[in-house]
Design a protein around this ligand. Structure first.
Ligand SMILES: NC(=O)c1ccc[n+]([C@@H]2O[C@H](COP(=O)([O-])OP(=O)(O)OC[C@H]3O[C@@H](n4cnc5c(N)ncnc54)[C@H](OP(=O)(O)O)[C@@H]3O)[C@@H](O)[C@H]2O)c1
Length: 343
């Protein structure tokens, strides 16, 4: 990443700009740092100072042009992202200086927003949780598993990218609902972590030469719900483990994001779906917007009772965001990747 910043003062707004679109795997050099003026809010707008940002694998799909909700990828703009910010100036009576809000801050220190588009959050918990378990990824885990996957007690739930932001929460929610859980991840070290720290009953490395056989062994009673964060070969193998009347929750396709040549779909569709009467359903978390508040309450109650332990995985400093993103796509994160931008 090139750094055009020379003289930083608190009256400047440091920003991470998309310098070029990735041609192959994402690189830090796809970004550059710039410093601009702090924007001024006009009527009905507020100025927010970014405290924390989150980076998730899905953002890579936006740079690839494969996320319908993100539009066509562009260069020479501030990198998009969600943050929690402190209101430092308000021209909207609904928000006051000092309020904490979730906002589409982008990768920058200051941003201006219409007050009506912001969600005010309580100051009672580390704000990073509003980007993880109580944010979009927690809600994705909650609605994807409970509303789309619809698991019953005693059923087996298989999760890919099981140590990631969404995955580590899906596994824990499935346990709360009395299911048996099997997680898929990259390395042996992460497999241990799935079982020892995240409560998975079994784990499998998709990098193993015997992945197919090991997956079969881990899923002794077959799979009733497969929460698919990855697509690709993991989905291809999972399909052959699905029980009759089972459900595949299509949440994302992380195995195909960090490339210019995404692979085609796996074998077995639609034949296996027909023979085993499998329901395979995609969803976007925004489909459940009206139920966010009640879901957040339930997730918060699980955190308070200790039955759900959200993990955040942190980098310090806005300038480290590109490195944190590249590392995430290589499997470096456990839980939700957070960038601390200011205290
Ligand atoms: N439908 C929705 O509304 C919605 C909302 C939010 C997120 N999503 C989707 O949910 C999925 C998970 O997002 P997230 O934010 O939880 O992810 P994340 O925390 O960013 O984790 C990404 C993980 O994916 C794994 N991964 C990377 N490359 C892989 C590959 N080639 N094959 C298999 N695994 C690979 C890595 O873990 P390993 O070490 O295990 O490889 C990495 O840690 C993404 O597909 C995202 O697009 C969907």
């Amino acid at each position: 990443m090139t750094n055009k910043t020379t003289d930083l003062t608190s009256s400047e707004n440091r920003q991470v700009i998309i310098d070029s679109l990735p041609d192959g795997p994402l690189m830090e050099s796809n970004y550059r740092m710039e410093t601009g003026p702090i924007p001024e809010p006009v009527e009905a707008e507020v100025l927010c100072r970014t405290l924390v940002l989150t980076i998730g694998a899905g953002t890579r799909a936006g740079l690839q042009g494969s996320a319908s909700y993100a539009g066509a990828p562009k260069t020479n703009i501030v990198m998009n992202g969600t943050g929690v910010g402190r209101v430092v100036k308000s021209n909207d009576p609904r928000l006051s200086e000092g309020d904490l809000v979730v906002c589409p801050s982008g990768w920058q220190e200051y941003s201006v927003h219409k007050g009506k588009n912001l969600t005010r959050v309580e100051d009672d918990i580390d704000p990073a949780h509003y980007l993880g378990a109580l944010g979009t990824n927690g809600l994705t885990a909650y609605f994807g598993l409970l509303k789309v996957g619809d698991p019953s007690e005693g059923e087996t739930v298989l999760v890919s990218a099981a140590a990631g932001s969404v995955g580590h929460l899906v596994g824990q929610i499935a346990k709360i609902k009395g299911c048996r859980t099997v997680g898929v991840t990259s390395t042996a070290g992460k497999c241990h972590l799935l079982e020892d720290k995240l409560g998975y009953d079994a784990s499998v490395s998709y990098r193993s030469d015997d992945f197919r056989a090991e997956l079969k062994q881990a899923c002794t009673n077959g799979v009733d719900v497969y929460f698919d964060n990855t697509g690709g070969d993991i989905l291809g193998n999972a399909l052959f483990r699905m029980n009759e009347h089972s459900r595949i929750v299509c949440c994302g396709v992380v195995s195909q994001y960090d490339t210019s040549n995404p692979a085609g779909g796996p074998r077995g569709i639609p034949g296996l779906l027909v023979n085993k009467r499998i329901r395979m359903e995609g969803f976007l978390v925004f489909d459940f917007l009206e139920q966010y508040e009640s879901a957040r309450e339930e997730i918060k109650s699980w955190i308070k009772s200790g039955s759900l332990v959200p993990l955040n995985d942190e980098f310090n400093g806005l300038e480290r965001a590109p490195a944190a993103f590249v590392d995430l796509l290589a499997g470096g994160n456990v839980g939700t990747r957070i960038i601390r931008v200011a205290d």
